[in-house]
Design a protein around this ligand. Structure first.
Ligand code: CA
Length: 614
């Protein structure tokens, strides 16, 4: 140490040293001019930052209020951005003892033209769900990154496999050629956790793409690649909990930032408690305040700073990355007043945006409660436009495996649809046979590809927004044999050195090509069929294992017949006269063959037949 420095160090009272003020970060790191809401709340973090004086000198951008919290390392600045504010860089100065201790160049950006009018995903789209760690590893240089705890280990089903954003961007033409229109990628934000970090649901920094997936800029590039191809991008977000290694967990702003318990207390996972008229206070409380897991602290969205932090985070990503939609994880597990305010504030800025919430419950009535404009007795309005159709997922997993009876087999699909009166907007339900949290459909159907095809035909022709899980088109299988990793297998061919490449027709097996071609035919057909995307729906009570429904509008009619029997059936169609009497023939959408006699239609065993009527 230099002698002069040593003298100063010795003369400096200890109290002064401990009062050193530094600036570490400001969230959101930037913002935009031109939002309807002219208020912005900045989280400021730095050592003893509460002891600083703050000034901003920028036209139209001013501090309205400064809030201190329990921890002096935080400040919350309520800013106003009025009509005089122009895009540019505002300097925020932090002073302590008349010395500048921190300087932040705060960028106020210009919004892209048409940003507020963006159209969210809808029933004219088909969503393709990708787990980024498991799709393709195009950049081995980011497989292990200094400072990131969990190393890559492709041999561990629950470890990191090295997939990344460049891997998705590099295969975006594969995704487009398949015929889907929207990409939902499971969470990409930093998850610097020791284990299971690949799945992304333990966020450790809400403003930063995990460096093992790439950079924020790589995410923008993927968004551009998607948009250039006329497709849409959906971001997966998590408000209920963060990762235990989140930067703020080491130095919480206030004790009530997360829902604390005297000892680790797990949620009861009973989402039904939030709608149950008889739920005990203890059960309801445990559901929303209990932790999802030991490594997933439960965020307290009743704290207004937490609430604003999360809402602004969504708006930041929508505007920054040009999102077309959000998927909200564990939606009912957050305080529902907060998620309603989230939905409302996003709708105010982006009226045609769409968001789908994971409300994992088995009954249409329970799920319907969470959709925007539901006629709820307690007058709760979630402001969540879209919900996943979990009751249909349950039905689909059973329907083709069961013997037919009064209330089993194909009737299950009919039953779920007959309860659509519960929903404020059934066409804004996301319909799926599988996702990243459940056993793959092919496994539940004991590898019977006929049943997988039936399920896909149903998902793509029923009402709502279809969702396809990556790899289904090439018969990717896997279940919860031994941890979740098996439901999330690597896409064959996504890694250099893979001996099996399912991304190309040449690399696929005959069986895989057969499934891929089936999906591709259906998906490209659906893209052009307004009648299937948004036409009306009507069905006939299943009889003898045959379920028939129609999609129709003023111009077109499509008939779908599901034969759930193990034998070929000749379906006599007189019962369907209210639709068929104006038609003479049709075309089988899958085979392209003409259906010349629509009075008697032959449907092979365990097959969905889709007929465009002429
Ligand atoms: Ca990689």
């Amino acid at each position: 140490m230099h002698r002069l420095t040593l003298i100063i160090f010795l003369l400096c009272p200890l109290t002064l040293l401990s009062q050193e003020v530094t600036l570490t970060r400001i969230d959101p790191p930037s913002w935009w001019v031109g939002f309807k809401n002219t208020e912005l709340q900045l989280l400021v973090y730095g050592k003893n930052i509460a002891n600083s004086r703050i000034s901003v000198d920028y036209p139209g951008f001013a501090i309205k209020k400064i809030s201190k919290v329990a921890n002096p390392n935080y400040l919350f600045l309520d800013m106003t951005i009025n009509a005089a504010a122009r895009p540019g860089i505002a300097t925020i100065l932090f002073r302590a003892k008349d010395k500048v201790v921190g300087k932040y160049l705060y960028e106020l950006r210009a919004r892209k033209k048409g940003s507020a009018e963006r159209k969210g995903f809808s029933s004219s789209d088909v969503i393709y769900l990708i787990m980024p760690d498991r799709f393709s590893n195009e950049d081995p240089s980011n497989d292990d990154v200094a400072g990131m705890t969990e190393p890559m280990n492709r041999a561990n089903p629950d470890g990191r496999h090295g997939g990344d954003l460049k891997g998705i961007t590099g295969h975006i033409d594969y995704v487009k050629d398949l015929g889907v229109t929207t990409v939902w990628i499971t969470p990409l934000l930093e998850n610097n956790q020791a284990k299971y970090s690949y799945h992304g649901y333990s966020i450790t920094d809400y403003y930063k793409i995990d460096p093992r997936f790439g950079t924020n800029d790589d995410y923008l590039k993927l968004g551009d690649a998607i948009h250039q191809r006329g497709m849409k991008l959906v971001m997966d977000m998590v408000f209920n909990h963060c990762g235990s290694e989140n930067w703020w967990m080491k130095d919480l702003p206030s004790p009530d930032w997360v829902n604390e318990w005297p000892e680790f207390t797990r949620t009861n996972y009973r989402a039904g408690t939030s709608t149950d008229p008889y739920a005990s206070a203890a059960d309801s409380n445990l559901f929303v305040r209990g932790w999802f897991d030991t490594t997933m602290p439960d965020l307290n969205q009743h704290n207004p700073f937490v609430k604003n932090y999360l809402i602004q985070n969504s708006i930041w990503w929508i505007e920054y990355a040009g999102l077309d939609g959000i998927r909200q994880d564990t939606h009912p597990y957050s305080f529902k007043e907060m998620t309603a305010e989230w939905g409302k504030r996003i709708a105010e800025e982006y009226p045609a945006f769409n968001m789908v919430g994971e409300c994992w419950m088995g009954y249409p009535a329970s799920v319907a409660y969470w959709q925007k404009d539901a006629l709820n007795k307690d007058h709760y309005n979630s402001w969540l436009p879209s919900v996943f159709d979990f009751p249909m997922y349950d039905a689909l997993n059973k329907a083709f495996n069961e013997t037919e009876s009064w209330n089993t087999g194909i009737l299950r699909l009919y039953d779920v649809l007959s309860q659509d009166f519960s929903y404020a907007n059934p066409s804004n339900l996301v319909v799926f046979a599988e996702n990243h949290d459940v056993t793959r459909y092919l496994d539940t159907q004991k590898d019977d590809v006929r049943k997988l095809k039936m399920a896909m035909a149903f998902v793509l022709t029923t009402r709502g927004i279809p969702e396809i899980y990556y790899g289904t088109e090439v018969l990717l299988a896997g279940g919860a044999y031994d941890g979740d990793g098996f439901k999330r297998r690597d896409f064959p061919g996504g890694w250099a050195g893979d001996t099996h490449d399912a991304f190309t027709p040449k690399g696929r097996t005959d069986k895989e090509n057969d499934m891929y071609n089936y999906m591709q035919t259906l998906l490209h057909w659906r893209k052009t069929k307004e009648v299937v995307q948004s036409g009306k729906f009507r069905h006939f009570i299943p009889r003898d294992g045959i379920y028939t429904y129609f999609r129709y509008n003023a111009k077109e009619t499509v008939m779908v017949i599901l034969n759930n029997n193990e034998e070929v059936k000749t379906v006599e169609t007189k019962r369907y006269d209210e639709f068929l009497k104006k038609f003479k023939s049709g075309t089988d959408v899958i085979t392209g063959a003409a259906v010349t006699d629509i009075s008697h239609i032959v449907v092979p065993a365990k097959t969905a037949m889709i007929v465009e009527l002429k």
